[in-house]
Ligand binder design. Structure first.
Ligand code: GTB
Length: 214
């Protein structure tokens, strides 16, 4: 059965890989699965056909046969649960890897998203600059804690897992602000993720997609 995901017709980041289809592409590449990408415009995202797939009118979505999913974390958990390479066999190690997936999405990504919102959506508001130190402080707290836990390990829990895939994807969104580079061990962790052949393929494909004519 063909796997089809959706992505921005043209990502506002011009192919920097920061939109959430990149993490799904990466998981599919790690699992060795072929897939197709359907571009969706901002207008089409809010139309009934896309809303039937994604109730919040966003990307990415995932379709395979009768199954349609939204939410990048759920899509990656689905891929990782059915294909080897992204979750350990051992039950407890698997539960810990899934815990890191949730930690990436629920604990580390929210403060990082705040800075993106403050810069790009609320940048013209009079209070935007005043909020910046607070937002940066919250990000630094999380990255301090994460870097303390990672220590000098290669990955968060022994072998690379979907937990690392999501954590690296989330941390990448902190790089444009310069905050990631304040934490050399996390910057090196992200670089290890980016060096994986599956990530490189996913990144190159999204870049080509975002610079192509559809
Ligand atoms: N929780 C959902 C998930 O994990 O799948 C969040 C999905 C989401 O936020 N999708 C965004 C979207 O469709 C794209 S990724 N937005 C359109 C809308 O809501 O109308 C967020 C994103 C957008 C742009 C950049 N960028 O240009 O750098 C990066 C990330």
């Amino acid at each position: 059965m063909t796997i089809t995901i959706t992505a921005f017709e043209r990502s506002p980041d011009g192919g920097m890989g920061l939109a959430r289809d990149t993490r799904v592409r990466w998981a599919l590449e790690e699992a060795g699965l072929a897939y197709e990408v359907r571009p969706v415009s901002f207008a089409a995202m809010k139309e009934p056909a896309h809303l039937a797939l994604h109730p919040f009118g966003q990307i990415p979505t995932f379709e395979e046969g009768d199954l349609a999913l939204f939410e990048s974390g759920s899509i990656i958990l689905h891929i990782a649960s059915r294909h080897p390479g992204l979750l350990p066999e051992d039950e407890n190690a698997r539960a810990r890897a899934i815990t890191w997936m949730f930690a990436a999405l629920n604990t580390v990504e929210p403060p990082i998203l705040e800075i993106v919102i403050a810069k790009f959506i609320e940048g013209d508001k009079p209070w935007s600059q005043e909020r910046m130190p607070l937002i940066k402080g919250r990000i630094r707290t999380r990255l301090n804690q994460l870097s303390a836990r990672l220590g000098d390990a290669e990955w968060l829990d022994r072998n690379f897992s979907a937990g690392d895939l999501l954590m690296v994807s989330v941390l990448l969104r902190a790089r444009p602000s310069g905050i990631l580079d304040e934490f050399p061990s996390l910057a090196a962790y992200v670089a290890r993720g980016e060096a994986r052949p599956a990530y490189k393929r996913a990144f190159a494909d999204q870049l080509a997609f975002n610079t192509a004519r559809h």
